[in-house]
Structure formats: C-alpha cells, structure tokens
Design a protein around this ligand. Structure first.
Ligand SMILES: Cc1cc2nc3c(=O)[nH]c(=O)nc-3n(C[C@H](O)[C@H](O)[C@H](O)COP(=O)(O)O)c2cc1C
Length: 361
C-alpha cells in the first residue's frame, strides 16, 4: 500500500505516510507538565510515520482548556524530552503542535485573567469547558499591537523549547477557531490596523508567526493546521473560499514542511459558501506537501494518496484507539473503536494507554 511507503519531507525521512493527528488528552498537571503515562501513550503509537503532539500552550496566556500541557517552563520541556526520546527510541518522529487558544478560553482556567483575542468579541451559542463545568464564553480583551508582537515572540520561544525538548519540528495550530484562526476570519477580527480589515492584513499574524518559527526551528520543519470547512467557535466569513485561497498562495512562498488540511467534520448546509471538500476544491492551490485529515479510513486514505491529492493522511480517533494502526492497515485487520467517554476528559490509563495491539489480542 502506498500509504505504508516511506516519504521524505525536506531532510525528514518518514517511514510511512500515516500521521497521528494532534489530540488534546488533558492529562497535564496544573503547572502544564505532561505526566509520565503520556510517555507510554506516545511510544505505543511510534509506528506512525509522524506523530503530531496534542496542542501545547506556548504561554500561560495561551492556555484554553484545563490540564493542557505547556512548553514555556523548564519542567515542561524536561517532561516532553522523555516523550520525544521514547518515540525516537521506537523509531518514530514527532512534531509539537504549538497552540494559543485566544478567546477559546475562560478566566476560570486562567487564574481569573480574561482571555485575549484580536477583537473584543465573545463566542456565542457554545459553552466553555472549565474546571468548574460548562460556562458561557466571556468577552476577551482586545490585543494591542505590542501585545501581538510579544505573542509572536512567545511562539518563537516555544519553537526553541520544542527543539530543546527533542521534537523533530513544530506545527502551528491555526485551525478550529484558535488564536491564529481568530485573526484570519472576519467574525472574530474587527480590527482596523495592520492585523485587520483586508484579507492580507488578517492573514498577517499567521504568516508572521510561521516566518518566526521557520527562523527558529528551521526550513521544512514547520507545518500549519487549517480548517477551512469548520465553523466551530464562531469562525464565520462571508468570503471563506477567497480567504483560504489567498492564504494558500502566501503559504506557498514559505519553506514549510506541510499544510495539514482538515475536511469538514459536520454538515455544512448553513454554510453553502464554505469549501465543502477543501482538499478536492482547493488542494491544487497548495504546492507544498499536504496532510489531509478528517474521517479517513484505510481505503479512503489509500485512495487519496494513490491519486496524489495529498501526500500524507492523518488519523485522530483511529490512532487514539489503535496504537498499531499502520500494522492493522497492512494486515487489513479489524480496528478497535474509540471510546467517546474517555476521549476528552483526562483521567488515567483507561481509554489512553490500554487500547490493545494486535499482539495482545
Ligand atoms: C480527543 C481529541 C482531541 C483533539 N485535540 C486536538 C488538538 O489538540 N489540536 C488539533 O488541532 N486538533 C485536535 N483534534 C482534532 C484531530 O486532530 C482531528 O483533526 C480530528 O479528530 C479529525 O480526524 P479523524 O476523523 O481522523 O479523527 C482532536 C480530536 C480528538 C478526537
């Protein structure tokens, strides 16, 4: 199968084209230090061509959900080093997903400090997941230009820390309504300075962060995750297709490792102007390697790689539930079903490190 064949991205040799998608598992302590069970969890999945870590906060300010890990303190870096060492020892590769949640956050999870965002616009119609249960989103405080500049520096510092922690590269989380996505989309960006207004201005933040990360982490070692067909967290833009088309053209000019492009995950009948199938409709605009994501199984993943619409495919739920997913694909073996009850809420081994491999069955 082509999906099981090796591929190089820059100097990075991946043993297959199957990527473990980033998945927040909420098992870090209050200081954002990931626990030792995560060493087992990631090592179990090291047969992926590439693992992308769960979203990692670049700063205290960037924290969204409770119990998410960070990459801004020495203790956090040391904890991640154990994970990258274990993955490398098992012959795997791992990127760090760098995250700033912006307004997808709540002061309850942030020592009473309000979230920040491009503009003072709250998320409506959804609840924030806090240490105190579900709560309404608050109106975030609007960032000044100098605060934006320091966030870009925070990303760069986190990029440097990712290298110290032994990661092979980094992925900018610019999907699912997180801070970079908030800059890009008109519903969350009402600014009239150089970071708002025109599409060129709204994509400035993403481009500047990526350039900063490339300068620190290296050429072909920085990827970016995008979700052009997902309105979650109030990502509504009347010119959705144009916004992403322009962004792709800007990304093509950067020496990126890849674009990680999510397909729609929910029905889009209220959003007929969104790309309904981003890879098929817009993939031809991208001239860097594409990791396609969203709902793939063995056959659809093999087909998309055979057609060369994308070079790699990432799997979320399937890698969560099947640590040995490449082997299962190779043998066309049956798959474990992900247990929804233990997917998002943190906890112990259950639904984390106890999914059986084929050998154990
Ligand atoms: C438990 C869970 C946590 C997730 N956390 C993140 C995350 O931290 N960062 C991110 O970009 N996407 C996150 N996602 C989305 C996945 O990376 C992926 O895009 C999504 O699951 C669709 O892929 P799939 O259909 O193969 O599962 C998460 C998904 C799941 C199931």
């Amino acid at each position: 199968m082509k999906i099981l064949e090796s591929i190089s991205i820059g100097n990075l040799e991946l043993k297959n084209r199957m990527v473990m998608a980033p998945m927040t598992r909420s098992r870090a302590n209050d200081e954002g230090v990931i626990n030792d069970l995560a060493v087992v969890y990631y090592k179990q999945r090291a047969t992926a061509g590439l693992i992308i870590s769960e979203a990692i906060n670049i700063s205290v300010q960037g924290k969204g959900m409770p119990n998410t890990p960070g990459l801004y303190a020495d203790e956090q870096i040391a904890a991640w080093k154990k994970i990258t060492d274990a993955v490398h020892d098992a012959g795997g590769k791992i990127f760090a997903q760098l995250s700033h949640a912006g307004r997808v956050a709540h002061s309850m999870n942030r020592d009473g400090i309000l979230p920040v965002a491009p503009s003072a616009v709250s998320i409506k119609g959804q609840k924030a997941h806090t240490s105190n249960g579900q709560m309404d989103y608050e109106t975030p405080s609007e960032l000044t230009v100098s605060e934006i500049e320091s966030i870009i520096e925070d990303y760069m510092r986190a990029g440097a820390n990712a290298l110290k922690a032994g990661f092979d590269g980094v992925e900018l989380h610019a999907a699912l309504g997180y801070l970079p996505n908030q800059f890009l989309i008109e519903s969350s960006n009402l600014r009239s300075d150089e970071y708002g207004g025109t599409i060129e201005n709204r994509m400035r933040f993403i481009v500047e962060v990526l350039k900063g990360l490339i300068a620190i982490v290296g050429i072909d070692k920085v990827g970016v995750k995008l979700s052009p067909a997902i309105p979650i967290n109030n990502m509504f833009d009347d010119n959705q297709k144009e916004v992403y088309s322009q962004l792709f053209l800007a990304l093509n000019k950067l020496p990126l490792a890849y674009v990680h492009l999510m397909e729609a995950l929910f029905p889009l009948e209220d959003f007929p102007h969104f790309p309904q199938k981003p890879l098929y409709e817009t993939g031809h605009l991208i001239n860097i390697p594409i990791i396609t994501n969203g709902g793939y199984n063995r056959d659809s993943a093999e087909a998309v790689v055979q057609e060369n619409k994308a070079q790699l495919v990432s799997f979320g739920g399937l890698f969560l539930a099947n640590p040995d997913l490449p082997r299962r694909f190779e043998l066309n073996a049956s798959l474990n079903e992900p247990d929804r009850a233990t997917m998002y809420v943190g906890g112990d081994e259950k639904g984390y490190t106890d999914y059986p491999t084929l050998n154990a069955i």
